[in-house]
Design a protein around this ligand. Structure first.
Ligand code: GLA
Ligand code: ZN
Length: 665
């Protein structure tokens, strides 16, 4: 199986390319500018369905032939889309039943994109037919390098509540639960008189008078992720049949999107690709970028992955679309590369004149190539050629964070002790503390092998049937840091009895009798100077040592952070919503206890990739300086961008990057 876009030399560099928005005389200019910028891979035809199948069954490939021929002549490889992300108006008009429906029963019209129901047989048949037509047309085209199926599945419509989805949901539930009795038990339908006596009574969680059944919601989330995955697989299977040597991907939105269980999806792509956009107003946006990149590397199982989209400057979908600072595009690309991306592409090549995204930046701005953006694009394109040797290498990470889409879904429901908790913000809070400590993190799924990691963080790992693997890991000498809202329920959403955090009580040596979420804006002080927001709980130690207790708030004197020796290892429990310095201190203490060295900090991101050059094992130190002062790092080796030798230290310029091939000393 081919696991990387074929015949892309070095790091991939390029963009979504939408030439159909431009007259053909612009295309030659495009290819010339791409060559100048070192572009070697572009994604083509993502939103071209209406121009490829102009009416039912009438395909017009001529224009795409000419695009691909030109790109090939320019030496640029093509990640060819199956064009199924936006069905054309002729199709949705002929088959309005293929349009998606919201929980309120509103049918969503065409006129933007992604206007299809995942369970629609018409959509599926037409999409698979288009994928087949494209595969048959371009199977031997020399520019074809990879397949880009659809685009950001679920981005706009990840849940559809229509009648067809109701039928598909019931079939999925039968396969999962077998009988209605099991379903009734799993969903706890004895509550509120919800007992089902026939499958056809079961519905998607449409708008109801009061809070939904949590089991129904969770199963609908699982079903919806699977339903889109089935659609993806239907296209992929046709592509694999027609072009077995061309790798297939679809672009994820891993860190930003709860809709799909990407652990399941990642197993179905030949290489993982992802889209990431920073929030211009977020001062920690580069930390969020690192978080995304580490999560994507986890999805890729540690193998190289492709950043399919980021932005050269502003996007157009935030409240205020802030342009990137000089050097930020470059730092963003390198930060993804540092964390295992073997290519960084953008949305999009040439900024649109018309359409919904005309104020979104691109590699070639409205103002043309004589711009900060295009010059920086050219600079990085040239530099990537000097660091091509990193391709295929992996990333060192001593710490793992267990990330769980099912817990994200479950904790996103209403009816919880507080609505102030956000799974993604919570996980990111711990990630940021690790980032500030200069530690690289692998994200792993529940059930992963934890043996390679010195410290494992379980942030709000809520839905856990059985914590035995974690107990065994710690008993054998592992260190774990568990945070509140972990192990509270099983994977059906039923609470583990006998005290929280049910599944982890034994491991943590604690028992909580009651949750005490804090009021909006309230802070509880701890006796070690830390403070907590959002969450406290009435915890008793049952073997664990108390690290800090509440000094005020609803539970003065009650333990808030604990440490338990379990067998040969250590299990920490953060039973409250630690913030700021207190959170960083706990993370650093746990790192220290686990023997994990911390990095330079101060806004300098340092990551090590390991691989081979000419048959010998080598490592590269990639450093990105997000601060406005130069930083000096200990290093011996060759800095590949400048060619300069470092014989003890290297300076990472303010706002700059270094890629240094290390030498053993
Ligand atoms: C997503 C989509 C692109 C484009 C960008 C804009 O990543 O895949 O088509 O809409 O967002 O940021
Ligand atoms: Zn539907």
């Amino acid at each position: 199986m081919t696991i990387w876009p074929t015949r892309v030399r070095g790091l991939a560099w390029g963009a979504d390319y939408n030439p159909e928005q431009w007259p053909e005389d612009v295309w030659d200019d495009d290819v010339a500018l791409m060559r100048r910028a070192g572009v070697n891979l572009v994604s083509v035809a993502i939103f071209s369905w209406a121009l490829l199948e102009v009416e039912e069954g009438r395909y017009e490939f001529g224009w795409l032939d000419r695009v691909l021929d030109r790109l090939h002549a320019g030496g640029i490889r093509v990640d060819l889309a199956t064009a199924t992300a936006a069905p054309p108006p002729w199709l949705t008009t002929a088959h309005p039943e293929m349009l998606p429906e919201t929980a309120d029963g509103v049918r969503l019209a065409h006129g933007s994109r992604q206007s299809y129901c995942p369970s629609s047989p018409v959509y599926r048949t037409k999409a698979v037919a288009l994928a087949r037509a494209l595969a048959e047309r371009y199977r031997d085209h020399p520019a074809l390098s990879a397949w880009h199926v659809n685009n950001e599945y679920g981005c706009h419509v990840s849940r559809c509540y229509c009648d067809r989805c109701a039928v598909a949901f019931r079939a999925w539930l039968r396969a999962r639960h077998g009988t209605l009795d099991v379903l009734n038990e799993a969903w706890g339908t004895a509550f509120w008189s919800q007992r089902y006596t026939s499958w056809d009574q079961v519905l998607p969680p449409r708008a109801t008078p009061a809070t939904h059944n949590p089991g129904q919601l969770l199963d609908f989330d699982r079903f919806s992720s699977d339903a889109l995955l089935e659609l993806y697989k239907a296209e992929r299977d046709v592509l694999r049949e027609v072009t077995p040597d061309v790798p297939v991907t679809t672009n994820f939105m891993a860190a930003a999107f709860s809709g799909l269980d990407y652990w399941k999806w990642a197993a179905e792509v030949d290489f993982v690709s992802n889209d990431h956009y920073t929030f211009g107003e977020d001062p920690d946006r580069h930390v969020h970028l690192a978080y995304s990149a580490d999560l994507v590397r986890g999805l890729a199982g540690g193998r190289p992955w492709l950043l399919m989209e980021h932005s050269t400057s502003a996007v157009n979908w935030q409240p205020r679309n802030i342009a990137k600072l000089p050097g930020e595009l470059r730092r963003n690309s390198y930060a993804h590369m540092a964390r295992g991306a073997d290519g960084t592409l953008f949305f999009q090549w040439r900024q649109s004149r018309a359409g919904a995204e005309r104020y979104h930046s691109a590699m070639v701005p409205h103002a043309g190539p004589d711009t900060k953006v295009y010059r920086e694009v050219e600079q990085v394109g040239a530099e990537y050629q000097r660091i091509a040797e990193v391709v295929g290498s992996t990333v060192d990470a001593p710490v793992a964070v267990v990330f769980d889409w099912e817990s994200w879904w479950a904790l996103g429901q209403s009816g919880h002790p507080t609505s102030d908790f956000s799974y993604s913000e919570h996980v990111f809070g711990y990630y940021r503390a690790l980032w500030r400590a200069g530690v690289t993190v692998d994200f792993v799924p529940p059930g992963a092998d934890l043996a390679p990691y010195r410290l494992v963080v379980l942030p709000a790992l809520y839905a856990v049937d059985d914590a035995t693997p974690y107990e065994e890991h710690v008993a054998a000498g592992g260190h774990v840091l568990v945070t509140y809202l972990s192990g509270v329920t099983d994977t059906r959403g039923h609470v583990h009895l006998g005290g929280y955090p049910g599944a982890f009580r034994e491991l943590l040596g604690v028992r909580t009798e009651e949750f005490h979420p804090l009021r909006a804006g309230q802070t509880a002080a701890l006796d070690d100077g830390s403070s907590a927001v959002v969450w406290t709980e009435h915890l008793h130690v049952d073997g664990a040592e108390v690290v800090a207790s509440y000094a005020d708030g609803p539970l003065p004197g009650v333990p808030a952070v604990t440490r338990n020796e379990h067998g040969a290892g250590v299990a920490w429990y953060a039973a409250c919503g630690l913030v700021g310095d207190g959170l960083e201190r706990l993370v650093r203490t746990a790192l220290d206890g686990a023997g994990v060295p911390v990095g330079p900090g101060g806004g300098v991101e340092v990551v090590r990739r390991r691989g081979e050059v000419a048959g010998s094992a080598v490592s590269w130190l990639v450093a990105v300086n997000h601060s406005d002062s130069d930083a000096e790092l200990p290093a011996v080796g060759v800095e590949l961008l400048s060619g300069a030798r470092a014989s003890g230290s290297v300076v990472v310029p303010a706002g700059g990057v270094v890629v240094l091939r290390e030498e053993e000393v």
